[in-house]
Design a protein around this ligand. Structure first.
Ligand code: GLP
Length: 255
């Protein structure tokens, strides 16, 4: 596991974008796992500044709410369309998001898992981390080998995501999320974390026990994980075995 510590949140986006640009130059039809939330946005904005042909790149969103009307501005389908597909000039036909408005969301979830496999799996899965250690919408207690499925969101997660909606009650109660087992099949995991409010949970995920109570701790079992964190988020990290901390652009060393 390599941990890049950078001075600011925008720098995490630049470093992660540089990694993705290199992957795409080496594999123009790379399959990217597309995360939403605030942490990945600087990645997409920085990647747009790279002169790399994205037309053959394929993308699979990490998760989606269940029950939002098609076209809802805060559906992840719309967030991915705005922030990724259009910004990076991806081919919309090559970008797939779980069908949160399906009549049978469980079936849609199973079909999504199969679609990822049919595409040959994900080359680089971009990830954020929730305050309670969730990855995608795998909340605490999620089976470490879980597959893409319908999940119920915790109130803490709904409150954290309410900032994107006009009222907390508008945040859906359910979602379709790639499972932890699905995520772990990606060939490379790229976790981006910003802010002091994530320092404790990042330390628990990377240095604590591997447990379903902190779903992100599963990262310790993946063979190729890159963590890009700003100094505030990395402030409680103490690299464990197999973890290499890299200072970037004058960033403070990991303690
Ligand atoms: C949501 C998303 C996750 C994301 C998390 C943290 O729950 N489903 O994929 O990691 O929010 O978002 P942020 O990066 O804004 O803290």
């Amino acid at each position: 596991m390599e941990i890049f510590v950078v001075p600011t949140a925008s720098a995490t986006g630049s470093v992660a974008a540089g990694i993705l640009a290199a992957v795409i130059r080496s594999k123009p039809d790379a399959v990217l796992g597309l995360a939403t939330g605030g942490s990945p946005l600087p990645i997409y904005r920085a990647l747009a500044d790279h002169t790399v042909d994205m037309s053959a790149v394929r993308g699979f969103a990490l998760d989606e709410y269940v029950g939002l009307p098609a076209g809802h501005p805060e559906s992840y389908a719309e967030v991915v369309r705005r922030e990724v597909t259009e910004r990076l000039h991806l081919d919309p036909a090559k970008v797939t998001v779980p069908d949160g408005s399906a009549a049978d969301p469980e079936r849609a979830a199973a079909d999504y898992d199969a679609a990822i496999a049919a595409a040959g799996g994900i080359d680089v899965q971009i990830l954020g981390i929730g305050h309670n250690g969730h990855l995608a919408f795998n909340e605490p207690g999620s089976a470490l080998d879980s597959r893409t499925r319908v999940e119920v969101l915790t109130e803490r997660t709904r409150e954290a995501n309410a900032r994107y909606f006009s009222a907390p009650s508008d945040v859906p109660a359910r979602c379709i999320t790639q499972g932890l087992g699905t995520i772990m099949e990606a060939r490379h995991l790229l976790l981006v974390v910003n802010g002091a409010d994530k320092a404790g949970i990042l330390a628990a995920a990377l240095n604590g026990p591997v447990t379903a109570e902190c779903p992100a701790s599963i990262l310790q079992r993946h063979p190729h994980v890159t963590v890009v964190a700003d100094e505030a988020a990395a402030s409680q990290l103490a690299p464990g075995s197999g973890q290499v901390a890299v200072r970037v652009a004058g960033a403070a060393a990991v303690a």
